[in-house]
Design a binder for this molecule. Structure first.
Ligand SMILES: NC(=O)c1ccc[n+]([C@@H]2O[C@H](COP(=O)([O-])OP(=O)(O)OC[C@H]3O[C@@H](n4cnc5c(N)ncnc54)[C@H](OP(=O)(O)O)[C@@H]3O)[C@@H](O)[C@H]2O)c1
Length: 254
């Protein structure tokens, strides 16, 4: 339950090993969050991160198994287990995601399907039961890590971009459908962030860090934003790029 100042006290992270998610958890624990559940494919690998969050002041840090590729029943069981044991979860952060390999994915249906299944279908099937539990508790925030890559798909990463466009559209519509229920949805659209996911790639303009995305995310959650751009200037860049006529768009080095 949020405290008297409205601070987030308890969090479930879907994709708990994400560098952006862990930077967000460090910043949240520094702001008095006390319960953190890190859900990941290999929870045992998150013990060092859990120890760090406990040392920083979190009283309960758990690591539990979550695979976005599991079926909806498994996701429902996981969500019920976490909400039953902690009674109240203030924030669910959906961070799991894979970048894929565009040159392979656009030629290999199974590989393309895996990217879309993880980034879109897997998170939708885990978020739906979270929504039900948050509706029942009467409050909560669902924060979804989307990306600018979903705003206007580019030929260099349209498989990933389309998976995130689906997730982004789901989250935006969900947020509208939940207006007035006490449950909010915040969609975060970072640009290029220096993490494991982008290691070895040339940084894009306006590249940023997990810590800066974390700060922008928490600031957005605190003010009840529905969309957060990280960095904020990307909002204006994308509003121009979205409207570039296709013949010109195709000639851009994107
Ligand atoms: N980095 C960027 O430039 C950038 C920009 C915009 C948006 N984003 C989005 O931000 C989110 C976090 O990315 P990040 O930069 O922090 O990268 P990251 O450190 O690589 O985090 C991605 C996380 O997703 C998890 N994951 C992958 N497949 C999964 C599955 N089937 N089930 C459960 N978890 C799975 C990974 O777990 P394992 O440890 O098991 O591999 C990893 O912890 C992603 O959704 C990404 O699309 C990233």
């Amino acid at each position: 339950m949020k405290d008297a100042l409205g601070s987030v006290n308890s969090v479930l992270v879907l994709g708990g090993g994400s560098e952006i998610a862990l930077a967000t958890m460090r910043a949240l624990v520094a702001r008095r969050a006390r319960t953190v559940v890190l859900a990941a494919r290999h929870p045992e690998e998150l013990e060092p991160a859990a120890r760090e969050l406990r040392a920083a002041g979190a009283t309960t840090v758990e690591t539990v198994r979550f695979d976005a590729e599991d079926d909806a029943e498994a996701h429902g069981r996981l969500v019920d287990d976490v909400f039953d044991r902690h009674r109240d979860i203030d924030l669910v952060l959906a961070a799991a995601g894979v970048l894929g390999d565009q040159s392979r994915d656009e030629r290999d249906g199974a590989a393309a399907r895996a990217v879309i299944s993880t980034n879109f279908l897997g998170l939708v099937s885990a978020l739906v039961p979270c929504v039900e539990r948050m509706r029942a508790q009467g409050h909560g925030t669902l924060c979804v890590l989307s990306t600018v890559a979903g705003e206007r798909p580019r030929r260099s990463n349209f498989v990933y971009g389309s998976s995130k466009a689906g997730l982004d559209a789901f989250a935006q519509g969900l947020g509208d459908s939940l207006a007035g229920t006490g449950v909010n949805v915040v969609v975060v659209r970072p640009g290029f962030v220096h993490t494991r996911m982008t290691e070895g790639l040339d940084a894009a303009p306006l590249a940023t860090t997990p810590e800066k995305v974390a700060e922008a995310t928490l600031e957005g959650i605190a003010r009840g934003a529905h969309t957060v751009w990280a960095p904020p200037a990307l909002r204006y860049v994308m509003s121009v790029l979205r409207h570039v006529p296709r013949p010109i768009f195709r000639r851009l080095p994107l």
